[in-house]
Design a protein. Structure first.
Lengths: 251, 199
């Protein structure tokens, strides 16, 4: 058992007793951890009410070697998650970031660049940036960094380049585009416009800010949202809880 | 524990289910019950039974009540122009103990927490909207917890109440009385500044 320091985003906080919380944190250094915060529900003490959902904090914790909960000993609030004004959509987009991080990452599996992407996304949502684009950028960037991005250029089955024209078959189960030969007889296939696939790969590119200058028309955004929703549902084996709340984002 | 009878084991087990009670405390409480006079022990059993059989939610505000309406809703001296919205009965109790509020309450019985599977339709939000629609409230005070989910719940509700001619306010927040500005967290200072009020 060793004392560790980390930057962390609060993914979940569940009451454990009158005073304690069980916290799920996504840390930059250690990946996802579960920790007990004794006294975490009190205003004062070592946590200073830093353990609110989606808060960014500096934490000190005792890392257990067995698979019991780690013990949180200190948390210092760096940034609260508070979208401005009456912006519920950005709030729900923030919840969605937490849901995906919790569902798609494994405990004790660090992904510093994914942490930075989540941090940047939450900061942008809290600053009131439009949720629709930021969310798609996060989803695709996350899939890319976790090695879960569907194949967008080459056939997911045979590896041949699929010509980027017109509408292209996209296999939800196969994890990417399919050439006409491989497409035959497959189930779980949707058709996606070549332009939408191009936009997806630009948004998934983890490097730089080029994606921010992308022009995406509302129709393409809707189509992208649709295929991404279906792919994520297939990947997770269930519909993410926040999809219901984010319905307004696809229009 | 072969030396314990079945009834004793059962009681220890029941006590141990209570929040904050470990195995050792459960045993201590059980031995206490065994030691005291029968009437005293049965008074505890009776009190538990009475709470479960008599206590329900107030049909107007969802506070705990022993009749159709809770004591606050029945009290004719309460100001019926103001409604204070809280998450849980325990929040209402805390506000009552502060002793400065004389209006009515509405208890949501939770907060909107989609990630925990708690959606708006599981709370008493529909009843709240109906109360505001048909009532004569001039002000609705949002007093949910100042957490992300508490604030989100207030925001959802204030959007729903936007169509009615009521003023919607929320509790001020920020620096703890008795502390010093210098040491306040900058996020808390920012909250305090944006929630400032007229002198
Ligand atoms: Zn192929
Ligand atoms: Zn009542």
């Amino acid at each position: 058992m060793s004392s560790e320091k980390a930057a962390a985003i609060v993914l979940r906080a569940v009451d454990f007793s009158e005073t304690s919380l069980v916290i799920t944190l996504f840390t930059r250094e250690f990946g996802k951890i579960g920790a007990l915060a004794k006294g975490g529900r009190r205003l004062k003490g070592p946590f200073e009410s830093a353990l609110d959902l989606l808060a960014l904090c500096r934490i000190v914790f005792l890392h257990k070697t067995s698979d019991t909960l780690d013990l949180l000993t200190e948390a210092k609030l760096l940034r609260r998650f508070r979208p401005p004004g009456k912006n519920l959509l950005n709030l729900y987009a923030g919840y969605y970031v937490a849901e995906l991080l919790d569902d798609l990452t494994e405990a004790n599996d660090p992904h510093p660049r994914l942490f930075d992407l989540a941090d940047e996304t939450l900061a942008a949502l809290a600053a009131g940036e439009p949720a629709a684009r930021r969310t798609i950028r996060f989803e695709l960037g996350m899939l890319q960094l976790l090695g879960l991005l569907p194949s967008l250029d080459d056939c997911a089955e045979c590896g041949n380049r699929v010509p980027a024209v017109g509408r292209i078959a996209f296999g939800l189960i196969d994890g990417g585009v399919l050439c006409p030969a491989c497409r035959a007889g497959k189930t779980g296939v949707v058709s996606v416009h070549a332009g939408v696939l191009r936009t997806m790969s630009q948004l998934a590119d983890a490097e730089g800010n080029a994606w921010q200058r992308l022009e995406i028309d509302p129709r393409s955004l809707g189509e992208l949202r649709g295929v991404l929703n279906r792919y994520l549902i297939h990947l997770l084996g269930k519909k993410p809880k926040m999809h219901e709340y984010l319905g307004a984002m696809s229009s | 524990m072969p030396e314990l009878t079945q009834s004793v084991v059962t009681l220890i087990g029941e006590f141990a289910k209570l929040p904050g009670i470990g195995r050792k405390s459960a045993e201590r409480l059980t031995y206490h019950v065994l030691r005291v006079h029968k009437n005293e022990a049965l008074a505890l059993a009776e009190a538990i039974r009475a709470v479960k059989e008599n206590v329900r939610y107030c049909s107007a505000c969802y506070n705990l009540a022993e009749e159709e309406l809770c004591d606050i809703c029945k009290d004719s001296r309460r100001d019926r122009d103001v409604l204070c919205v809280v998450e849980q009965p325990r929040d209402l109790i805390a506000l009552e103990q502060a002793g400065v509020y004389r209006g009515l309450y509405h208890v949501l019985l939770g907060r909107i927490a989609p990630l925990e599977g708690i959606n708006p339709d599981q709370l008493t939000i529909d009843a709240l909207v109906e109360r505001v629609r048909s009532g004569r409230f001039k002000e609705v005070i949002m007093a949910t917890n100042p957490t992300v989910e508490g604030d989100g719940t207030s925001l959802h509700i204030s959007n729903l109440l936007g169509e009615f001619p009521v003023q919607i306010t929320r509790l001020a927040r920020g620096i703890t009385t008795g502390s010093v500005l210098e040491f306040a967290n900058k996020e808390i200072l920012a909250d305090a500044m944006s929630g400032r009020q007229k002198f």
